[in-house]
Design a protein around this ligand. Structure first.
Ligand code: TXA
Ligand code: MG
Length: 353
């Protein structure tokens, strides 16, 4: 299949046609990738199982991993859920449109393969002009996972999507690089207390300012904790959190220590004849000697690190490096999401202290 690509720098009268064409493909139960403020999504009509099935096939995604349903605004939430509890209402008011997904009780309107048979549904209102224009043009709820091949880092540019899914999807709206860089925060609002199932663009601190205490799914690796060993953690409540994710093309180790410790680790690999790739902040990178260094931002600005994270993971090709060594970041604010993704992407962690 040919993948039609439309470039949209800004929503104007001239871009209406691209949005209309993309929208027509969605109405014909085809899949179309589009930018959101977090990462690119791969959208299909969430009411049609056949359309949704094409998402799973294009990505190679396991069918027991449910998809998030994207809608244009708060008014549409009630069409798909049995109730909107008070805490969900507050979160919707404070953070949507924005990088937040709420798990609510499904009323069964959505195709069954979207929710992988669960009684709940993930609802998200994206804050991106192209996503909004598309949702409003097609007037459909769009099931949309991140638009990467399953297991790969999520796409933050249209080039990333093209690299993974070219020829496997009908269309791709290229809206340039996304802003947030890590996916939405998934918050389960079906119980007594809201629970973060996946840390993301809205931080725990921000959520707690609005609704008070918020729990974190115990199955997520604890703050500052080591990589979970097989079987050592509880079953995650967001099914997707149990799969291998975000994998770069070479093995990646997390290195938690000062610059001299990082340099020692680099030297060990260089002496063994390995080609070494580095992902580091500008502060750490300044003192390092290695062949390939990818600077992903400043330790003083974790939003910048989040925005560049997946591009950094994708930047190392098998042919260029044998191993990637990556700095660790503080688990505050969006650092919680950054470290969650890095721990999933890494095969090993080395600590200086
Ligand atoms: O920022 C984002 O959320 C992006 C953009 C495209 O919107 N989407 C995204 O989708 O990251 P995906 O499919 O890659 O991740 C969805 C996560 C998975 O971990 C999935 O298991 C969880 O949300 N999820 C979806 N529906 C759920 C449900 N009903 N109950 C629990 N977890 C759910
Ligand atoms: Mg994903």
């Amino acid at each position: 299949m040919d993948t039609k690509v439309w470039r949209i720098d800004q929503i104007t009268k001239e871009t209406d046609q691209a949005i209309e064409e993309a929208s027509a493909l969605l109405e014909q139960n085809q899949v179309v990738a589009f930018p959101t403020e977090t990462v690119y999504g791969l959208g299909a009509n969430a009411k049609e199982a056949d359309a949704v099935d094409k998402i799973f096939r294009a990505k190679g995604r396991p069918s027991d991993n449910p998809l998030i349903v994207h809608i244009a605004d708060r008014n549409q939430v009630d069409e798909y859920v049995t109730e909107v509890p008070e805490v969900a209402e507050k979160l919707l008011a404070a953070f949507t449109p924005g990088p937040l997904t709420l798990i609510l009780k499904s009323n069964g309107t959505i195709a069954e393969n979207v929710t992988a048979g669960l009684p709940s549904i993930g609802v998200r209102i994206p804050d991106h002009p192209v996503a909004q224009a598309l949702l409003r043009a097609c007037r459909l709820p769009l099931a949309a996972p991140s638009a990467n091949k399953s297991g790969r880092p999520s796409p933050t540019t249209a080039e990333h999507v093209y690299e993974d899914l070219q020829g496997r999807i009908a269309g791709l709206l290229d809206g340039g690089p996304t802003g947030v860089g890590v996916e939405s925060t998934v918050v389960d609002c079906t119980g007594v207390m809201p629970i973060i199932l996946r840390p993301g663009g809205v931080t725990r601190e921000q959520l707690e300012e609005v609704v008070g205490s918020v729990m974190v799914d115990p199955a997520l690796a604890s703050a500052g904790g080591d990589l979970p060993e097989d079987g050592a953690v509880d079953k995650p409540r967001a099914p997707g959190m149990k799969y291998t994710h975000y994998a770069p093309e070479a093995p990646m180790w997390l290195v938690d220590g000062d610059p001299s410790f990082m340099q020692e680790q680099i030297d060990v690999h260089l002496q063994a004849g390995d080609k070494v790739g580095i992902i580091a902040s500008e502060e750490l990178a300044a003192g390092l000697n290695a062949d390939h260094i990818n600077v992903c931002g400043s330790r003083d600005n974790l939003n910048e690190v989040a925005a560049h994270l997946y591009d950094a993971l994708r930047s190392f090709k098998k042919s260029d490096v044998d191993i990637i060594l990556c700095e660790t970041f503080p688990e505050t604010g969006v650092g919680h999401a950054i470290m969650n993704r890095l721990q999933k992407a890494a095969t090993k962690k080395i600590n200086q202290f």
